[in-house]
Design a protein around this ligand. Structure first.
Ligand SMILES: Nc1ncnc2c1ncn2[C@@H]1O[C@H](COP(=O)(O)OP(=O)(O)O)[C@@H](O)[C@H]1O
Ligand SMILES: [Mg+2]
Length: 246
């Protein structure tokens, strides 16, 4: 089983878009996928057209069974919903005297055994929940929008990751995915060159700017459903293929 955290402290870089379409693409190719929404905004579920009443927080609190906590969103694709109730989970974590960083791992181990991929969508920033996600994950995928500030954000994020890797050495930054790529914008190419220079072994093919990607969540659809021939669908399919070949 692969546990992939989609994470970067900066918001608006395409984390949720990537988590949702990556999870959906892997599920379409026949893999059993669990998408965990670890953001109190709950956007990942909404993007798939679901607003489950229970999810991660209720499972952690012992209010529901493993089976009850999961929502089947598509064939092969299950959701463990986040949303506002995650504030409660955050409180459970911060009140613990020891072992708090393993809280999420203990909870997810109740449900994750039947999946081949667990994809975790994270909130922007760096808080107890994000740290918990990084203690659970073995791979990190960081979407980086092609702006100077996002590149700086990635460097800072890599330093923060190192502080966790000291205690959880299995954790590896495995994929850096450039997002909002626009060939007409010179800066886009320049930043891509810099990413290539800094992170040659992790760099994935860029996801182009594509308005269809921003429209699809409003219809509760993945890019493969909403606009299967769009550049967004093509680019995410390439990312899916890369993950499948690893
Ligand atoms: N490649 C893209 N082209 C156009 N719009 C995009 C692209 N990727 C994401 N978006 C849109 O940009 C906004 C921010 O993306 P999102 O995935 O929510 O970022 P994050 O989860 O990092 O905050 C959303 O409205 C999303 O639909
Ligand atoms: Mg998000």
């Amino acid at each position: 089983m692969k546990r992939i955290a989609v994470a970067l402290s900066k918001g608006g870089v395409g984390k949720t878009t990537t988590a949702v379409n990556l999870a959906a693409g892997l599920a379409r190719s026949g893999k059993k996928v669990l998408l965990v929404d670890v953001d109190s905004q709950g956007q990942a579920s909404k993007s798939l057209g679901h607003e489950p009443q229970v999810g991660l927080a209720e499972l952690a609190a012992g209010e529901v069974s493993a089976e009850q906590s999961l929502t089947q969103a598509r064939e092969n694709l299950w959701l463990l919903a986040g949303g506002r109730s995650l504030a409660g989970l955050k409180r459970i974590i911060t009140r613990k005297d020891y072992g708090s960083e393993q809280t999420l791992t203990e909870v997810l181990q109740i449900v994750d055994d039947k999946f081949e991929f667990v994809i975790l969508d994270t909130a922007p920033g760096w808080d107890a929940l994000t740290v918990n996600v990084l203690f659970y994950a073995d791979n990190v995928l960081s979407p980086v929008s092609l702006e100077v500030i996002a590149l700086q954000g990635l460097m800072e994020f890599v330093r923060s990751l190192a502080s966790i890797q000291r205690y959880h050495p299995e954790l590896a930054l495995k994929y850096v995915v450039p997002t909002f790529f626009d060939r007409r914008v010179k800066k886009s190419d320049e930043i891509l060159d810099q990413l290539r220079a800094f992170y040659p072994s992790y760099l994935c093919e860029p996801i182009r700017y594509n308005v269809r990607l921003s429209e699809a969540p409003g219809y509760g659809q993945t890019i493969f459903e909403y606009a299967p021939s769009s550049t967004g669908a093509q680019d995410y399919q390439i990312l899916v293929a890369k993950l499948l070949s690893d």
